[in-house]
Design a binder for this molecule. Structure first.
Ligand code: DC
Length: 218
């Protein structure tokens, strides 16, 4: 069983995917975090985004790990670091690099082999698993997505500017949608779920009902 959950930044993909994983007994993979881990590595090593040789070398020796909702780079827990604005501001550019996408897609397929998995990202239903059993495309009004991120940061005791978060989300949407390789888009057979004005519980139940309908058909 493969469930693909794609959609723009802040549409609720990871929150919903985690809940569904628990409810349906699936393994969850946050593919955005993989691109964030690699972006952090590029920034730490100070590698130019156009230096293919160095990028390939980094990819060959990449040491990333995801365990119990914690994210590791070179054995170090960087779960908080990968959410910081420096990574968020660069991850769209890094994730548009062909070699990076190829390697991440390989890793995502390897991770998912012989498991029941729910993956969230941008290209899961279109490129990584075009034959996924269920493909959800989550969308929400950009202002509401920014509001959710803002509340999340403030809720964790951090500092944030709503306007900056909003602009960063809109900018990332644009970069992720216009990029040449596997851009963010709904799969032809994807089901769009608009989460604007809905609670997490409501969205979860909407997807569960899609899951039940699909499971009865299959
Ligand atoms: O889901 P997120 O916001 O943590 O993702 C970070 C970035 O990674 C996002 O702006 C685009 C990229 N990404 C991607 O290109 N393909 C994926 N499957 C997941 C994320």
């Amino acid at each position: 069983m493969i469930i693909a959950v794609d959609g723009p930044a802040g549409s609720g993909k990871s929150t919903i995917s985690k809940l569904l994983a628990k409810e349906l007994g699936l393994v969850y993979l946050d593919t955005g975090a993989m691109y964030r881990l690699f972006t952090l590595k590029m920034l730490k090593e100070n590698i130019s985004f156009s230096d293919s040789d160095k990028i390939n070398e980094l990819l060959e020796n990449l040491n990333i790990n995801i365990e119990n909702d914690r994210f590791y780079l070179d054995e170090k827990d960087v779960s908080e670091e990968i959410r910081k604005s420096e990574v968020s501001e660069n991850v769209s550019e890094v994730s548009a690099i062909k070699e990076v996408r190829e390697e991440m897609i390989n890793l995502q397929r390897k991770f998912s082999s012989s498991k029941d998995v729910i993956l969230d990202g941008r290209d899961i239903g279109t490129v990584v698993f075009p034959n996924a059993d269920i493909k959800i495309f989550l969308v929400a009004d950009p202002k509401e997505r920014a509001e959710r991120r803002y509340k999340e940061v403030i809720g964790k005791g951090g500092k944030a500017s709503f306007q900056e978060i909003y602009e960063s989300i809109v900018n990332r949407d644009r970069l992720d949608t216009v990029r040449e390789i596997s851009p963010l888009k709904k799969a032809e057979d994807g089901i769009e779920v608009d989460t604007t004005g809905k609670t997490i519980e409501e969205v979860k139940n909407m997807i569960l009902s899609i899951y039940k309908t699909k499971s009865n058909i299959c």
